[in-house]
Design a protein. Structure first.
Length: 140
């Protein structure tokens, strides 16, 4: 059975579920930053997923990236599957701006997270619900 890693649980806000992945919003308003987590027990690497799940992950990643690009103002989309701290397979989607506080370096561990206000979270969830409606199912 799928269980979200406790660190991801603590650092993110659940937005909903794609057919394969749980969509999370990183609770750091410094960047538009979303995370896809395939709902497959024990998955640690993309190549460990079944071939159809690998294809579905890329479809969901591309859909999320396109929606982010049309919704948020940023200069570069960074997509990364790191696992040095959290080994559960997860794919970061971070919108970067040339004037953001850590440009051009990495976003990880550079400064304390700036949590979203409740109204900002609700607005982003509504935007995602509208913009990703054909992919994003009801939260379960």
């Amino acid at each position: 059975m799928f269980e979200l890693d406790p660190r991801l649980q603590n650092d993110t806000i659940r937005v909903g579920d794609f057919p394969l992945c749980r969509l999370l919003l990183m609770n750091d308003s410094t960047y538009p930053w979303f995370i896809l987590v395939p709902r497959r027990e024990g998955s640690r690497e993309i190549h460990h997923l079944a071939e159809n799940d690998q294809l579905q992950l890329w479809k969901e990643s591309s859909s999320l990236a396109q929606w982010m690009e049309s919704t948020f103002n940023f200069d570069k989309m960074n997509v990364a599957a790191l696992g040095n701290v959290v080994s559960q397979l997860h794919l970061h989607h971070v919108g970067r701006c040339t004037d953001d506080p850590t440009w051009p370096g990495p976003v990880w561990g550079q400064h304390p997270a700036k949590p979203y206000a409740a109204d900002e979270i609700e607005r982003i969830k509504q935007q995602a619900g509208r913009g990703l409606a054909e992919y994003l199912g009801a939260e379960s």
